[in-house]
Structure formats: C-alpha cells, structure tokens
Write a protein that binds this ligand. Structure first.
Ligand code: TRP
Length: 462
C-alpha cells in the first residue's frame, strides 16, 4: 500500500461520518432489546450505576484503543495487527486478535440476523394491521409463538435481513456504509424521541426514572457487576474489530479521544433513553418490569401497544427503529471480515460480502432451528443458538477485548500510541494508559473467570 494515511477501502468523508458509523455499530439490539431487560433483571438502579462505571472505565479506554490501532494500521483488523506487531517488533502471533474477531463476528452476525429478522417480521405484521384494518395483531404470546415455531418464517426474515446487510457492505465505505448511516441514524433518533414522548404522556415517567436511577447499593452483587460489564462490552461493539475496522477509515487529523467519547456517550444516551421510553409503558400497563426476560419487547410490549391509542403506529415506529438499529450494527459485524478478504484474498468487495453473508446465513440456520425443530436438541442444556451466543459474546469478546487492551498498553511503544492520540492532554493520555494497562485487563479477567463458573463458587461462600 502506497500511503499509510489512506485505507485501501476508502475513507469516511468526515469525522462526523465516523462518529455516525461507529455509533450505528454500537447502537443496536444491545441497547433497545438487551439493555432494558438485563437492567430490570439486575435490580434497575444498582445495575445502571455499575454499567455506567463500566462504560467509562473499561469500555471507553478499549474503544479508544481499537480506534487508535485501526487508524494506525489502516487495514482490516487481522492485517492491522500484523502491521502493528511488526512495527512494535512483537510476534506476528498477535494476529490472533483479528482471527478471534473474525470468528466472533461470523457467529454474532449469524444469530443477530435471526433476531433482527423478528423485528422485521413484527414491523411487517403491524404494518398489515394498519393497512388492512380487519387484520388484528392477536395475542402477543400467540404471535411470538407462531413466528418462532415456524422455521420457514424465521428463515425468510433472516434471509431478508442478511441480504440488506450484505447489499450495504458490498457497496463500500462511502457509497454503502456512510450513506446508510447518514440517513438511518437521524431516523432512529427521531423515532426514539417519539416513543419517549409517549412514555412521558403515560404519567408513569417519574416511576421509570426512579426505577432506572435510584441506586439501591445493597443490590450491587458480583453477578450484577459481571452482567453490567458484559453489557458494556456488547453494547459498544468491543472485542471483535468492528470499531478497529471503522477506525481504519478515520481521517488522520480527527481526535481519537473526542470521537471515541462521542460514540460512548451517544450509545449510553440511546440505552438510557430507550429505557425511559420502555419502562413507563410497562408501568402504565401494569407489567412487571423485573420479570421481562429476553422476550420482553416481543411478548410484553405488544400488550401495551394494544391498549394504547394509536398503538399500531407506535408499534411500527418501535419495531422499525429496532430494525434500523440492528441493520447499522450488522454491517459493522460484516465489514472487518469483508475488508480482510478484499486485502488478502484478491476478491472483490461484492464477492466477499456474498461469501461472508452466505456463511453467516448458513450458520444462522442453526439458530433459527433452535426455536422449533431443534428446540430439544441441547448440549449441556443449551441450544445451538445459546451456544453461538455464549461462545461469541461471553467468551470471544472479552478475550478479544483483553488482548486489545494488553496490546495497546504493553506491546505498542508508548511513542506510537501517544502519536496517534496527540490531541489528548498529558494527564488524559496517562489515565488512558493506566486504564488499558491495569484496569481493563484485570476487570475483563474477572468477567472471564465468572463465565467459567469460578465466580459462582466464590459468591456461594461470601
Ligand atoms: N453493539 C451492537 C448492539 O448493541 C452489536 C454489535 C455490533 C457488536 N458489532 C459488534 C457486538 C461487535 C460485539 C462486537 O446491538
């Protein structure tokens, strides 16, 4: 490559384009579907407090490390790591970070597309109800059951979503990714504000605020900390190279610290606002906010939509919002892998996108089957869907994040990381360095331990 200041794949046209794209990656099913129910299951306020601490002590430093490394390498995560390892006179084995990211990305994309398919299906169902008044949504549990028990329907929506994703990725950085997020992110923002407006009008807004922000410190347990950390990772798209790949297209004069902080703050803002939109609705309709579970928005919120004036319109807004958010996240799951193939396999972006999409689609069939024909085929009590979810989100992401923190903090010469982050004040750089060197690796190690079950033993004896 002739000029290391430009990536082979093109560049974001501005710093704002990067912030939109990275925020698009971060904001997804994790914020709007996962955050509310995980927060509710972990006691609301106590969880939110720890989650916020994790975002800024663990998430933001690793996010900055990914942007910094991506921009310095200007390639896909795998080749960026090879390049940076060479520059740092370290072992080429550090490329493992890139490979673990590719594996995690394929697995996450495979089930993410299945769940995003549910949101597409719900949008469609409500649209039909709007257009054909005789068609009614029906009982939420029945609708959810009918969808998930039909392998054919799941595959149809999964295929459609995967197609939407690969069309954007094959169009490239400026014509695909950037154009999509420029239009989709403001749309998402407007839809979200609309829903908060309804939340306020229910009269239960104050109750939702109390639930989310009144920290009951006695409820902060190790399990809550672990859940908060895992959520911080997933929601910021950390540990697999999405952000690193996007960083490769960031202009050299943009500040890593400022753009990184903007992404972290926007993502947190959306999660909190989504909570403020969803909990008042739950309270207003007498739904148990602590008993949501993963089916929360699919089986519970429709009860609320059915009872509201203009509920169908709100439902369409809500589920199209979620589809859009999932879409801008899934393109970031595909991009690092496609970029690697374009660099190293001498294929076109289009071919690479179809290959990655095809493979992820195929693996996703296993997840689609997990809700019907394979429901009872389990290993260690987990379905195929549970395994892909667990291996990628709970194992590969924390491991990747920890390696990224170690590489950025211990392997890269300080002069290099300092050069990429020259806009930071000295104390800010020192703070970042301390966080990636000591705090992040230790905290993530604790998450990995807890995942392995060692924590259950500890907590059982405290
Ligand atoms: N952050 C996205 C969400 O909250 C999902 C996502 C996109 C992701 N890219 C990622 C998660 C990379 C982990 C790693 O829905």
């Amino acid at each position: 490559m002739a000029d290391a200041r430009e990536s082979l794949h093109g560049m974001w046209s501005s710093r704002l384009a990067f912030v939109l794209a990275a925020t698009g990656s971060a904001v997804g099913l994790g914020n709007i579907w996962r955050f509310p129910y995980v927060a509710s299951e972990n006691g609301g306020g106590a969880f939110v407090l720890v989650y916020l601490a994790c975002i800024f002590m663990l998430g933001l430093p690793i996010l900055m490390a990914e942007v910094m490394m991506g921009r310095r390498g200007r390639r896909s995560p795998i080749n960026t790591l090879r390049e940076l390892a060479r520059e740092s006179k370290a072992s080429a084995k550090w490329q493992i970070i890139g490979w673990s990211g590719v594996t995690a990305g394929l697995l996450i994309l495979s089930f993410y597309s299945v769940i995003a398919g549910w949101t597409l299906s719900y949008t469609w169902t409500y649209l039909r109800e709007l257009v054909i008044p005789a068609v009614e949504f029906g009982s939420p549990d029945a609708v959810f059951g009918a969808l998930t028990s039909s392998f054919g329907m799941l595959v149809f929506w999964h295929s459609l979503f995967m197609l939407m994703t690969l069309v954007v990725v094959s169009a490239g950085v400026e014509k695909g990714l950037e154009r999509a997020v420029r239009f989709l992110m403001p749309t998402l923002f407007v839809l979200l504000l609309l829903l908060v407006g309804y939340g306020i009008s229910t009269g239960y807004f104050g109750q939702a605020v109390t639930f989310l922000f009144k920290a009951d410190f006695s409820r902060i347990t190790p399990a809550v900390v672990v859940a908060a950390m895992g959520q911080a990772f997933f929601t910021l798209s950390l540990g697999m190279g999405s952000i690193m790949a996007y960083g490769a297209y960031l202009p050299s004069d943009a500040s890593v610290g400022r753009t990184g902080a903007m992404v972290a703050v926007s993502d947190t803002f959306v999660a909190v606002v989504a909570g403020l939109a969803i909990f008042p609705i739950a309270f207003a309709h007498g739904l148990d906010p602590e008993g949501g579970g993963p089916g929360f928005i699919f089986t519970t919120l429709p009860h609320a939509f059915a009872a509201m004036n203009f509920g169908t319109l709100y439902a369409i807004a809500f589920f199209s919002l979620l589809s859009v958010a999932a879409w801008t996240s899934s393109i970031s799951l595909m991009e690092p892998i496609v970029a690697y193939m374009v660099e190293s396999w001498n294929v076109t972006r289009r071919t690479a996108a179809w290959m990655v999409g095809g493979l992820a689609w195929f693996i996703g069939l296993g997840s689609a089957l997990s809700f019907n024909h394979w429901q009872d085929i389990t290993l260690f009590g987990r379905t195929f869907f549970d395994h892909t979810n667990f291996i990628s989100s709970d194992l590969l992401l924390p491991a990747g994040g920890m390696m990224i923190a170690v590489f950025a903090g211990w392997i890269m010469p300080r002069a290099d990381s300092r050069e990429e982050m020259s806009a930071l004040a000295d104390w800010q750089y020192q703070l970042w360095l301390g966080l990636v060197r000591y705090v992040a690796p230790v905290l993530v190690f604790v998450v990995l331990l807890s995942v392995s079950g060692a924590f259950d033993f500890l907590t059982a004896h405290v």
